[in-house]
Design a protein around this ligand. Structure first.
Ligand SMILES: [Mg+2]
Length: 170
């Protein structure tokens, strides 16, 4: 079985701007993120991004914007990411099992990469990122808690580097 780090996107891998990312120019990747992703990859972790992108269903932007942002992210981290899942729907328009706090995106990653949850982590900035991880027995880490702290988080960190250090025990 494989160990895996599941990653929320906005507020974890790119700077949170307080609303949906509607164009690639708004997708700003902090310097320590590609470095950290490559460290996790080198340590044998699968890396799976799981992001809610209901702005698609709301008509704010389209799939191509999301795909362009993800291509930029992959380019910056030398394609360290194994998979990027996004949930385009909103609950009240069309029930989406993908959308966090539901767990289908994480379950897909677990099935695809034969993931051992007990050796794996979910890094997110919001409680709804961590709820599905907890349900599946994946360790939970809350990052950059400008948002309220959640009791579901086993660990809390301020920076992506700190998150990676903690996972790698460094
Ligand atoms: Mg987020």
């Amino acid at each position: 079985m494989n160990k895996c780090v599941f990653l929320d996107r906005d507020g974890v891998l790119n700077v949170e701007i307080g609303r949906h990312i509607m164009k690639v120019d708004e997708f700003v990747i902090p310097e320590d993120v590609p470095v950290g992703l490559k460290r996790l990859k080198a340590a044998g972790y699968k890396l799976v991004v799981v992001t809610n992108q209901s702005g698609i269903a709301r008509g704010y932007y389209d799939d191509q914007v999301v795909l362009d942002c993800h291509e930029l992210l992959q380019k910056q981290c030398d394609h360290a990411l194994d998979q990027l899942y996004y949930a385009p729907l909103i609950d009240h328009v069309s029930k989406s099992l993908m959308r966090k706090p539901d767990s289908l995106m994480l379950e897909k990653g677990m099935a695809k990469f034969n993931v051992d949850p007990s050796q794996s982590w979910m890094i997110g900035d919001k409680e709804r990122d961590l709820i599905p991880a907890k349900k599946l027995g994946i360790h939970t880490m809350q990052i950059m808690a400008m948002v309220p702290e959640t009791d579901i988080a086993e660990e809390r960190v301020q920076t992506f580097t700190e998150a990676v250090d903690l996972i790698l025990g460094e």
